[in-house]
Ligand binder design. Sequence first.
Ligand code: RTP
Length: 155
Amino acid sequence: AGVKGTFSERTFIAVKPDGVHRGLVGKVIQRFEERGYKLVGLKQVVPSRDMTEEHYADLKKKPFFKGLVDYMSQGPVVAMVWEGKDVIRQGRAMIGATNPLESAPGTIRGQYCISVGRNIIHGSDSFESAEKEIGLWFGKAGELVDWTQSGAEWV
Ligand code: RTP
């Protein structure tokens, strides 16, 4: 996940199936681009159940786990890696709280969703999660692009 706390920090962001079906992929990309972050990985996938279970391994014991796996693995998911200063914490702040009742208006969830089980988007919640998730979703060599963004010195 790049180097924590620097301009090369990276996070894993995914537009979940409800976000894709509702045509919100562009809005999500636009928010991260406009904030000043750099897109270094992007693909659309239908994740397998195994992949989804691995992604949400921490939640295995939760009562909503099966429903969550059913929902995510129907796809499609638009998987992304974004890079920039404090992108892990900032990405979570931009996404908003998990429960839409607590997500502030102006955050992505606060603007676009009303139920916790259909909350549009995922973002890594720590440096360790970001490392794991980027490896899981973008494990193949060459899937991430290192590039120098012109104008980045102004951000
Ligand atoms: P995410 O991993 O998707 O970014 O979400 P999060 O960290 O904000 O929340 P987490 O507690 O990790 O929960 C993961 C996802 O599980 C679904 N969920 N459903 N039905 C329920 O009560 C319930 N609770 C959580 C949500 O889709 C949540 O984003």
